[in-house]
Design a protein around this ligand. Structure first.
Ligand code: SF4
Length: 78
């Protein structure tokens, strides 16, 4: 899973560090450290952290169980 936190948006509320401590950690009062390549086994925790972030600063690819590289849509029947 690939993970990005918009640190301009992040206000250091630490909800994510509380809910997914293996992925997010506060460093000092306001700076957030996180694992941008969080293991898929952390998916549930990360999903909770995403939902709990008060400013929607956490973006995740692959949260739905894919590796984040969705196949191009097939079709073109028009
Ligand atoms: S929950 Fe959101 S605002 Fe709070 S530390 Fe995590 S990313 Fe930042």
């Amino acid at each position: 899973m690939r993970l990005v936190v918009d640190l301009n948006r992040c206000q250091g509320y630490a909800q994510c560090a509380f809910l997914a401590p293996d992925v997010f950690a506060m460093h000092g009062e306001e700076s957030l450290l996180y694992d941008p390549q969080a293991d898929a086994s952390r998916r549930d925790e990360v999903a909770r952290a995403v939902a709990a972030c008060p400013v929607q600063a956490i973006f995740v690819e692959g949260l739905d169980g894919t590796d984040g590289t969705s196949a191009p849509p097939s079709g073109g029947d028009l």
